[in-house]
Design a protein around this ligand. Structure first.
Ligand code: PLP
Length: 407
C-alpha cells in the first residue's frame, strides 16, 4: 500500500479548481456523482475527434477502430471486477437501467405469482421500484430486511425471510445514505445455500471497495460509470453467464438480433442480446479510461485514503453540538449522513453552499430509510479520492457558522 499524493491527484481534475461564492469549491457530493479526471475527458474527446463511427456494423477502418475501443473497454471492466467471461459484461445507461433490465427479464422467466423478492430497508429507490413493478406484473411479493439503529442489516431476520418461494435477493453492496458496507459474502452464502440468486447494487461500492465477482459468487453486480470518475449515461450489468443465457432480451431493436423475419426473430449472442440500439460509445470508452485511472491509483490506496477521511470527518463532526450522525455501522464507505438539531437540512445545504461547500441534502432516493430513522431528510457529505482533511475542516467550520446564523 502506498500513500497517495492528493495534491497531484487534484491536479488531474479540472473542475475542482474553481471558486463558488468567492470560496474555493469543496466538493463533498461524491455519492451523487464524482468529478472526472482529464484522462477520462480526453479519452472521450479523442474518440469524437478521431474515431467516431457506429460500432459492430460496418467494414470500414473507422468503424473497426471504434468497435475495438468499445470492446477494449469491456475487457477493462471484465478485469476490473474479475468476471469470468467478457460476455458477462453488458453495457447499459447506469445502475437504474441495469436493475430494471434484470428485474424485467427475470419477471419473464423466473418470477411468478406467489413468489417472493427480498430487498432491504436501506435500498435506493432504483432497487425498490423495479421490483415493485415485477410484483405488480407477476403477483409476487416484496419482503424487506430491517435495518438496525446503527444502520446494519439484521442477518437473522434476513435468514428467516428466505423460504422456498424466494426467487431473488437484491441488495446494495454499500448504502448511499448510511455508508454501511453490507456483509455481502455472508448474504450470498446464506442465499446460495437455498439456491437463491443474489443481485448486488454496486453503485456506491465499485469506486470505493475492491470488487471480485467470481470470489463473491454473486449472480448480478450492477454499477454506474458516473460515480466512479467516469461519464454519465453509462453503466454495467455483470450477470453470470447462466443467468444471461436464461433471460430473454430486455429491449428489441438493432444489434440484439441474429435473424429477423416477420414470423420469428432469433437473438444475438451474449452480451449483444442485451445491447439493443446504438450504444453510448463515447461513454463506454470514458468508463474504460476511468477504470484505468482507478487502477493507476490502486484500489487499496484509494480505500486507505478514504477510510482515513471517514475516520477524521466522523471525529470532527461529532464535536459539533446538536449534530447527530445517522449510520454508525463499524464497516462504512466514506459517506456521512447527519442532521443538525433545529435546522432543516435544506437550510443547512443552502447555507453551506454560500461557503463553497457542496453536500447533498434530501431523502437521497431512499424515502423508506428516512421513515425508518424518523427524519424527512439528512445532510450528506461523501468523499472521493481527491478530498482532503482541510476540506473536512472547512465543512466543520462552515457548519458552526450555519449554526450561529440560525440561532
Ligand atoms: N443505487 C444506489 C445505491 C445509488 O446510490 C444510486 C445513485 O445514487 C443508484 C442506485 C442509481 O444510480 P444511477 O442514478 O446512476 O442510475
Amino acid at each position: 500500500m502506498k500513500k497517495l499524493n492528493i495534491t497531484k491527484i487534484r491536479a488531474d481534475f479540472p473542475l475542482l479548481h474553481q471558486q463558488v461564492h468567492n470560496h474555493p469549491l469543496v466538493y463533498l457530493d461524491n455519492s451523487n456523482t464524482t468529478q472526472k479526471p482529464q484522462s477520462v475527458i480526453q479519452a472521450m474527446n479523442d474518440y469524437y475527434e478521431h474515431d467516431n463511427a457506429n460500432i459492430h456494423r460496418s467494414v470500414y477502418n473507422l468503424s473497426e477502430r471504434a468497435t475495438q475501443l468499445f470492446e477494449n473497454a469491456r475487457d477493462k471492466i471484465k478485469h476490473f471486477i474479475n468476471a469470468k467471461h467478457r460476455h458477462e459484461i453488458v453495457f447499459v445507461k447506469g445502475t437504474t437501467e441495469g436493475i430494471n433490465l434484470v428485474a424485467d427479464c427475470l419477471s419473464r422467466c423466473h418470477i411468478n405469482a406467489g413468489d417472493e423478492i427480498v430487498i432491504s430497508a436501506m435500498e435506493h429507490h432504483s432497487n425498490i421500484v423495479p421490483w415493485q413493478f415485477v410484483c405488480e406484473k407477476t403477483g409476487a411479493h416484496l419482503k424487506v430486511i430491517p435495518v438496525s439503529e446503527n444502520g446494519e442489516l439484521d442477518l437473522q431476520k434476513f435468514t428467516d425471510l428466505l423460504n422456498e418461494k424466494t426467487r431473488i435477493v437484491a441488495i446494495t453492496h454499500a448504502s448511499n445514505v448510511l455508508g454501511t458496507i453490507n456483509p455481502i459474502e455472508k448474504i450470498i452464502e446464506i442465499a446460495h445455500e437455498k439456491n437463491i440468486p443474489v443481485l448486488l447494487d454496486g453503485a456506491q461500492a465499485v469506486a470505493h471497495l475492491p470488487v471480485d465477482v467470481q470470489k463473491l459468487d454473486c449472480d448480478f453486480y450492477i454499477f454506474s460509470a458516473h460515480k466512479m470518475y467516469g461519464p454519465t449515461g453509462t453503466g454495467v450489468v455483470y450477470g453470470k453467464e447462466k443467468w444471461l443465457h436464461a433471460m430473454p432480451p430486455y429491449q428489441g431493436g438493432g444489434s440484439m438480433i441474429q435473424q429477423v423475419t416477420f414470423p420469428k426473430t432469433t437473438y444475438a449472442d451474449l452480451p449483444y442480446k442485451f445491447e439493443a440500439g446504438t450504444s453510448n460509445m463515447a461513454g463506454v470508452i470514458g468508463l474504460g479510461a476511468a477504470v484505468d485511472y482507478i487502477q493507476h491509483l490502486g484500489m487499496e490506496n484509494i480505500v486507505s485514503h478514504e477510510q482515513d477521511l471517514l475516520a477524521y470527518a466522523t471525529r470532527q463532526l461529532q464535536k459539533i453540538p446538536g449534530l447527530r450522525i445517522i449510520g454508525t455501522a463499524p464497516e462504512k464507505i466514506g459517506v456521512i449522513s447527519f442532521i443538525l438539531e433545529g435546522i432543516h437540512p435544506h437550510d443547512v445545504g443552502t447555507a453551506l453552499d454560500t461557503y463553497g461547500v457542496a453536500v447533498r441534502v434530501g431523502h437521497h432516493c431512499a424515502m423508506p430509510l428516512m421513515e425508518r430513522f424518523g427524519v424527512p431528510a439528512t445532510i450528506r457529505a461523501s468523499f472521493g479520492v481527491y478530498n482532503t482533511e482541510e476540506e473536512i475542516d472547512v465543512l466543520v467550520e462552515s457548519l458552526l457558522k450555519v449554526q450561529a446564523l440560525f440561532k
